[in-house]
Design a protein around this ligand. Structure first.
Ligand code: DAH
Length: 339
């Protein structure tokens, strides 16, 4: 019997199985009720008493060996069929390409950041607007040319539904919704009926700022503008305010900054003036405060509005406005990655 046990031991040790089914066949052959090892176990009864101990031990060892061996063959065969063989998990991953941020987003965030440091919070309004918020509440005369079909995209007439032509519409929405102090910055897309060229587009982006409280003066506006210009374009930047006209501010001004290309000496970029225009601003017209439910005898305020494309052009010298909306990856890849 001991020879039979040793023969089976050798057989099992050298057994192989390349599929789970083959491993199962081995189990049936050796370990099932009528398997070879089970049959030997049955014969154990006939072993003489003095040999029972040694043979019993050898039989048990054989059974354990067979169970372990067949289980591990089965496991190996099953793991093969998961389709994971040949995958080296210790390998470094292929480099993952990180996208870049759109230049207009970078500049918008930078503008918001600067005003946030002065206590302004972001406010937003709808792009599809009505006449009241875009024009009437902002003191536009009934026959103001900006209402004309040439400039404004009308979706519907009477009552007028239109695409906002400036983010100043958010001013009136915020003033209608609550009383001062108001200190908001409103970024957003605006639309105008312009032929698309390198210098004009039918949509672009603006940032509007509005500050209304007791005793807000033109000096507050000027200091805010100087802070903004120097944070955005560098500590040596100078500003210049020129009188201008907007229906919603009185007095109104346009702000120039010193040309950072020529340091103010005059060059092609600043048309040899040493200055480049960047935004419109002024003290909120009392008519606007009243139209939005704010007492103009108690409160005053300033407002300013700028084009994000304009600021981006100054920072990055983008020569053609169309690049901003064409999604050419060669252009977009030149800007900072998303973090
Ligand atoms: N809304 C003006 C525009 O689209 C820009 C502007 C000018 C906004 C003066 C203002 C402002 O708030 O005070 O051209």
């Amino acid at each position: 019997m001991i020879e039979k046990i040793n023969a089976l031991k050798a057989e099992i040790e050298s057994a192989t199985a390349s599929t789970a089914a083959e491993a199962e066949a081995l189990r049936i052959r050796y370990l099932s009720k009528k398997g070879e090892i089970s049959l030997l176990m049955n014969d154990f009864r006939t072993v003489p008493a003095e040999m029972k101990r040694a043979i019993g031990q050898a039989l048990n060892e054989l059974k354990n060996l067979a169970t372990d061996k067949i289980n591990s063959l089965k496991e190996a065969a099953e793991s093969k069929s998961t389709g994971c063989e040949g995958i080296d998990l210790s390998r470094t991953a292929a480099p993952w390409k990180i996208g870049t941020r759109h230049p207009l987003s970078l500049v918008r965030e930078e503008i918001i950041d600067i005003f946030r440091r002065l206590g302004f919070t972001v406010a937003e309004g709808p792009e599809v607007e009505d006449d009241w918020h875009v024009f009437s509440s902002l003191n536009f005369a009934a026959d103001h040319p900006a209402r004309d079909m040439q400039d404004t995209f009308f979706i519907k007439r009477e009552p007028d539904v239109l695409l906002r032509t400036h983010t100043s519409s958010v001013q009136s929405r915020v003033m209608e919704a609550g009383q001062p102090p108001i200190r908001i910055i409103c970024p957003g897309r605006v639309y105008r009926n312009e032929a698309i060229s390198a210098r004009a587009h039918c949509f672009f982006h603006q940032v509007e700022a509005l500050y209304v409280d007791k005793n807000v003066t033109f000096a507050d506006l000027r200091q805010t503008l100087l802070y903004f210009a120097q944070e955005m374009f560098g500590k040596d930047t100078k500003i210049r305010l020129r009188p201008s006209y907007f229906p919603f501010t009185e007095p109104s001004a346009e702000m120039d900054i010193s040309c950072d290309l020529c340091g103010g000496k005059g060059c092609g970029f600043c048309k040899h003036t040493g200055w480049v225009e960047i935004l419109g601003c002024g003290m909120v017209d009392p008519n606007v405060l009243e139209a939005c439910g704010i007492d103009s005898k108690v409160y005053s305020g300033f407002a300013l509005g700028m084009g994000i494309e304009r600021i981006t052009n100054l920072k990055y010298r983008v020569s053609d406005l169309r690049l901003f909306s064409e999604n050419d990856v060669r252009f977009l890849e030149e800007f900072e990655s998303a973090r």
